[in-house]
Design a protein around this ligand. Structure first.
Ligand code: GDP
Ligand code: IMO
Ligand code: MG
Length: 429
């Protein structure tokens, strides 16, 4: 057995796509287990940049099998657009497998996502409007339409028509919106079904067989741990389980199949969407991080909120994921800051908080306690060994490891495959 789970340690966009692509060179199978095309994973190969949303980031290696597991919410239109985009760039998509148990996103999910956000006004979540939450709501309500239904030529139309009717009632009566045309949706989805069908299978068997055969399996997390619907900054979260435990359900494997848990961790903090963010820098330092790190969303293009590294948050993430190692990403972005701050605790009134609180009205009032470290001026993007990094950079990395209690086995100093320093092996075998 040699399975590695990749999770986002913070609020997403930590550089998971880059690390998956890097580790996929030696992987047999890469698996997405939750979320949908709300994810935006960037992979840079040479001069070519790939933005992947639903398709696993192992796709750029022709022999790697890429699985979209049962826990994913699947937008067929988005999936087929990605397939077409990849094929146009000469990337083969033959090795993709899609779970027959995954739930399907329909136009009414996107419409309800949009209307619900609009109706929340200032209290909105800031979703990607991809219909993720409404699709997971149907799943939990036990009324969702799965891929096995989508490709079921005998029953699909009836199931879809009944569901569209129900959703139109919600769109019209609750939100005062315009009803959707059932015939148009059904015709489009029948077309998608025909194209999606060849990829569909029972993916839990694919993953199980790979694990049993001692193959290298990479479980590709999407989003970030603080966006987990149970353990994140609820309600400013996504509707799934981006933490390592989410894979037992979302990939359909036993939890004991999970060995290494690699937390992809940004050397600072970013967040897209609303919700509390203790170390946020709503000032020129935050602007500088955003500019140096090109911190604009891969999926929605929104400017990401930026702040200093928060060790309270990442330590929490390490605990809830059972993190065995970190990949410390975008370290190069911090070059040129005279001093760099790390948050080591939260001050809440007269109290010092060391563990991430559940209650957002507490979190909103928390003030960061900072430790200051000397920065470095050197450009790191051409450094090839850990030893060659400036002393100040190594001290910063060491301090993060101490505070989080997990080793940084990978240090990333640029978006390219070559800009990756691996200090210790990730696969056990
Ligand atoms: P993901 O959602 O976790 O896969 O991350 P995104 O792809 O949304 O955002 C990470 C961004 O940082 C992408 O544009 C990557 O190409 C880029 N990136 C990844 N690692 C590094 C790094 O070490 N340095 C720099 N400068 N950029 C990086
Ligand atoms: P990757 O995989 C960053 C955020 C949205 C919003 C909240 C809920 O690229 O790291 P949703 O559309 O999921 O209902 O939105 O979650 N969000 C992400 N933020 N990276 C992501 O994915 C995200 N996926 C969802 O911005 O705050
Ligand atoms: Mg992203």
């Amino acid at each position: 057995m040699s399975t590695v789970v990749i999770v986002g340690s913070q609020w997403g966009d930590e550089g998971k796509g880059k690390v998956i692509d890097y580790l996929a060179a030696e992987a047999d199978v890469v698996v997405r287990g939750q979320g949908g095309n709300n994810a935006g994973h960037t992979v840079v190969v040479g001069d070519q940049k790939y933005a992947l949303h639903l398709i696993p980031s192992g796709i750029l290696y022709k022999d790697t099998v890429n699985v979209i597991g049962n826990g994913v919410v699947f937008d067929p239109e988005g999936f087929l657009n990605e397939i077409d985009g990849l094929e146009a760039k000469g990337v083969s998509t033959a090795n993709i497998r899609v779970s027959d148990r995954a739930h399907v996103i329909f136009p009414y999910h996107k419409e309800i996502d949009r209307l619900s956000e609009e109706s929340l006004g200032d209290a909105k979540i800031g979703t990607t409007k991809k219909g993720i939450g409404p699709c997971y709501m149907d799943k939990v309500e036990r009324t969702g339409i799965r891929i096995c239904d989508l490709i079921d030529e005998e029953h699909f139309e009836d199931i879809a028509r009944a569901q569209i009717e129900k959703k139109n009632a919600i769109i019209e009566k609750i939100y005062g919106g315009e009803p959707l045309d059932a015939d148009v949706i059904i015709a489009a989805y029948k077309g998608y079904a025909a194209r999606v069908k060849p990829y569909v299978t029972d993916t839990s068997i694919v993953v199980y067989d790979a694990v049993k055969a001692d193959k290298r399996v990479l479980l590709e997390g999407a989003q970030g741990s603080l966006l987990d619907v149970d353990l994140g900054t609820y309600p400013y979260v996504t509707s799934s389980h981006p933490i390592s435990g989410g894979f037992a359900v979302g990939a359909g494997i036993g939890p004991n199949a999970i060995e290494e848990v690699l937390g992809i961790t940004k050397a600072y903090t970013t967040r897209v969407g609303m919700g509390p963010f203790v170390t946020e820098l709503d000032n020129e330092i935050g602007d500088r991080i955003r500019t140096q790190g090109h911190e604009f969303g891969t999926t929605t293009g929104r400017a990401r909120r930026c702040g200093w590294f928060d060790s309270v948050l990442v330590k929490y993430s390490a605990r809830i994921n059972g993190m065995t190692a970190m990949a410390l990403m975008l370290v190069d972005v911090l070059s040129g800051f005279e001093t760099i701050k790390i948050c080591t605790g939260y001050k809440y009134g007269d109290e010092i908080i060391e563990h991430y609180p559940a209650n957002l009205s507490v979190l909103e009032k928390c003030e960061p306690i900072y430790e200051e470290m000397p920065g470095w001026t050197e450009d790191l993007s051409n450094v090839t060994t850990y030893d060659a990094l400036p002393e100040a950079t190594k001290n910063y990395i060491k301090r993060i490891e101490e505070l989080v209690g997990v080793p940084a086995k990978i240090v990333s100093i640029g978006p390219k495959r070559s800009q990756t320093i691996v200090r210790d092996k990730i696969y056990r075998r």
